[in-house]
Design a protein around this ligand. Structure first.
Ligand SMILES: Cc1cc2nc3c(=O)[nH]c(=O)nc-3n(C[C@H](O)[C@H](O)[C@H](O)COP(=O)(O)O)c2cc1C
Ligand code: SF4
Ligand code: SF4
Length: 263
């Protein structure tokens, strides 16, 4: 196993973060650098990669790598050509479509050798009490699989020079980005204490909190981080477009999907 490992991820609601850290536990590198690019400030410049191996994660939005993550990952450069990388996508139990191939292509373009990859399930951003969509995922079983996967990657790296994955599922050109975003979350003023949590957790800087909470609809990616972290329930993502998607997901994707590993 290379001595030094870079962990790089964008994770508005934390499911990608959990999976990446569990895989890293299994990899067991002696030194690890964490580059969490979930805040707007962390994406102002290209991440400084220096490790001998890269573990990189992103959430799946519309079957693709989430766009803010993809934009940043296009700027990556491996410290030297041919170092091993492991791309990992996390999706809300519907489908990951072209996201893992896209992430693999991004790290290959950066100069890495993709030696393994995986798709894990995380609680869907649109999940709520009335519409449970992969609630609690990744759960203990998922994280055990993530740690074991990290161990298998370590064994593969210990066996010799990096060997690229023969094939990553997905197709090129990748599926078209979604054109019509749903309305963003709103704030129920009567329940809002102006605590500012929604602004501090927003991954795009879309929320401003002073005498009221304002949302920049152009910056909002509908990740629901502000909703999930609001301590009073004042921040809500409930509108006909999102509820329609929730009901469609409940109807069409009821079965539990398991992590898919490529080694
Ligand atoms: C706008 C949007 C689009 C999404 N598209 C998909 C999708 O195509 N397939 C899927 O299974 N989950 C989809 N999800 C769910 C996320 O992939 C899931 O919630 C993931 O766990 C989020 O990762 P994070 O916790 O690291 O932010 C979408 C979520 C949002 C907000
Ligand atoms: S997190 Fe909730 S209570 Fe706090 S400012 Fe935002 S909407 Fe208001
Ligand atoms: S305002 Fe939009 S981008 Fe910011 S946390 Fe809320 S849903 Fe996510």
């Amino acid at each position: 196993m290379p001595q030094s490992l870079d962990l790089l991820y964008f994770s508005p609601t934390g499911t990608t973060r959990s999976v990446i850290h569990s895989i890293a536990d299994g990899l067991g590198a002696s030194s690890t650098t964490t580059l969490d690019v979930s805040s707007p400030g962390a994406r102002l410049s290209a991440p400084r990669l220096a490790g001998q191996c890269l573990l990189i994660g992103a959430p799946v939005y519309f079957g693709r790598v989430q766009v803010n993550a993809a934009a940043l990952y296009r700027t990556l450069r491996a410290p030297s050509v041919g170092l091993p990388a492991v791309p990992v996508v996390v999706y809300g139990n519907r489908a990951w479509e072209d996201a893992l191939l896209e992430l693999s292509d991004l790290v290959t373009d950066a100069g890495y050798c993709v030696v393994a990859g995986a798709a894990f399930v995380g609680e869907h951003a649109y999940s709520d009490a009335g519409h449970p969509l992969a609630p609690g995922r990744p759960d203990a079983d998922d994280l055990a699989i993530a740690r074991a996967f990290g161990g298998s990657v370590r064994d593969k790296l210990n066996a010799g020079p990096p060997v690229p994955l023969a094939q990553v599922p997905g197709k090129r050109p990748y599926r078209e980005p979604h054109a019509e975003p749903a309305p963003p979350p709103v704030t129920r003023a009567a329940d809002c204490t102006l605590c500012g949590t929604c602004a501090s957790v927003c991954p795009t800087g879309a929320v401003h909190c002073s005498t009221e909470v304002e949302t920049d609809v152009r910056l909002c990616i509908r990740c629901a981080a502000c909703v999930k972290h609001c301590p009073t329930g004042a921040r809500v993502l409930s509108n006909p477009a999102v509820d329609k998607v929730r009901n469609w997901l409940l109807r069409t994707c009821p079965a539990r999907r398991e992590p898919e590993l490529f080694l």
